[in-house]
Ligand binder design. Structure first.
Ligand SMILES: *Cc1c(COP(=O)(O)O)cnc(C)c1O
Length: 380
């Protein structure tokens, strides 16, 4: 290139990238895409080339949206900056000011807050009720209800939603259903195939799987996902290419991780059920024939000193998240559920002895020993 050094340092991109056959998808860490003529630029607007500007579309974020759609059996998907922004985009694709949402009362805390406080300020009202009773759901539906919202497996007590029942109610009333499938992951549950319209994931959890990415994905019917994609673009809730790339890498081991994590969870749940110092073990029975998930929630007996228990867990760390390859514990009363009104905490069973355990891929025997020892120490 017959130009000065100062120009050369700028124009040093790899040429002919279309003849380099990389085994993995390269990271398109770029804010925008180049065009060699006005005709080519016009081609973007005519739908001939897919990419213009990374906030509106990027190969890595598209790869993630498509990957999760394929795992859920849905036609399309969109990746976003976090699970919560995927939830926001999904809700806004279905509800506007003046509309009403019926939601399960035991939702993830961030989703509860989003609906109860933030979306309320924009004129979207939500009724939170127990989803265990069909009549109660039906009775909460109003003329302006556009959305039924719940989770396949709830946090932290792992209630398994009856998706078939919900889809039936929603179809009778011509209402859209949206389900957060984060805790089950598509390895265990595929709610779109059961008739749910929109399925959302905090990819921060099992899809990413290594506690190093914050991301979200929304999949479902094309018309709804396209409306949600517009919200993502217009609200600036897009995911960065590198985060999308990391999440796609994580997804490749989802089946292996979930298989081991779910079998570790089953073994730990069985061991703790036999421990007299554990008052209750919450571990679901019928999530899927492949397993029942990788979270176990326990309520320790009143004889256990809860601070002593947490301080005695050795290599099991206290972390306010879940789904990594390391076994971790969280304290719902102190973190995820601290903002809930006290009556609701009591109603759903959150108290000071409740501990949520996220199983990792370590050896089951080591995990069980670590918990048995910590329980023993907490009795002293
Ligand atoms: C973590 C989580 C979210 C929120 O996801 P972020 O990636 O933290 O925004 C939503 N739903 C469930 C069930 C979660 O566990």
């Amino acid at each position: 290139m017959g130009v000065s050094f100062d120009t050369k340092v700028v124009h040093n991109s790899l040429k002919n990238t279309n003849v380099i056959h990389s085994k993995t998808t390269p990271i398109y860490q770029t804010t925008a895409f180049t065009f060699s003529s006005l005709e080519e630029l016009e081609g973007f607007y005519q739908g001939e080339s897919p990419y213009l500007y990374s906030r509106t579309g990027n190969p890595n974020t598209d790869e993630l949206g498509q990957a999760v759609a394929a795992l859920e059996g849905a036609p399309t998907g969109v990746a976003t900056s976090s699970g919560l922004s995927a939830i926001l985009a999904g809700i806004l694709s279905v509800a506007k000011a003046g509309d009403h949402v019926v939601a399960a009362e035991d939702l993830y805390g961030g989703t509860y807050h989003l609906l109860k406080e933030e979306l309320k300020q924009f004129g979207i009202e939500t009724t939170f009720i127990s989803f265990e009773n069909s009549d109660q759901i039906k009775n909460s539906i109003q003329k302006n209800t556009t959305l039924l919202y719940t989770e396949t497996v709830t946090n932290p007590f792992l209630r398994v939603e009856d998706i078939g029942k919900l889809v039936e109610i929603a179809r009778e009333e011509s209402i859209i259903t949206m389900v957060d499938n984060t805790f089950a992951s598509p390895y265990l549950k595929q709610p779109f195939l059961e008739g749910v319209d929109l399925v959302v994931h905090s990819a921060t959890k099992y899809l990413g799987g290594h506690s190093d990415v914050t991301a979200g994905v929304l999949v479902g019917h094309a018309n709804l996902v396209e409306r949600a994609r517009e919200k993502v673009v217009n609200l600036g809730a897009n995911l960065s290419p590198f985060e999308a790339w990391l999440t796609c890498r994580g997804i490749k081991t989802l089946a292996l991780r979930m298989e081991r994590q779910a079998s570790n969870a089953k073994e730990l749940a069985q061991a703790l059920m036999a421990n007299v110092s554990v008052k209750r073990v919450y571990y679901p029975k019928y999530v899927s024939e492949k397993g029942n998930g990788a979270i176990v929630t326990i309520e320790l007996s009143d004889k256990c000193n809860i601070s002593q228990f947490f301080a005695s867990l050795g290599w099991v760390k206290i972390v306010p998240t879940l789904a990594g390859v390391e076994t971790t514990v969280s304290y719902p009363l102190g973190t995820s559920h601290r903002a809930l009104p006290q009556e609701l905490q009591e109603k759903i069973g959150i108290n000071k002895q409740v501990v949520r355990i996220s199983l990792g891929i370590e050896s089951a025997n080591d995990i069980i020993k670590q918990f048995e020892d910590a329980i023993q120490s907490s009795l002293k």
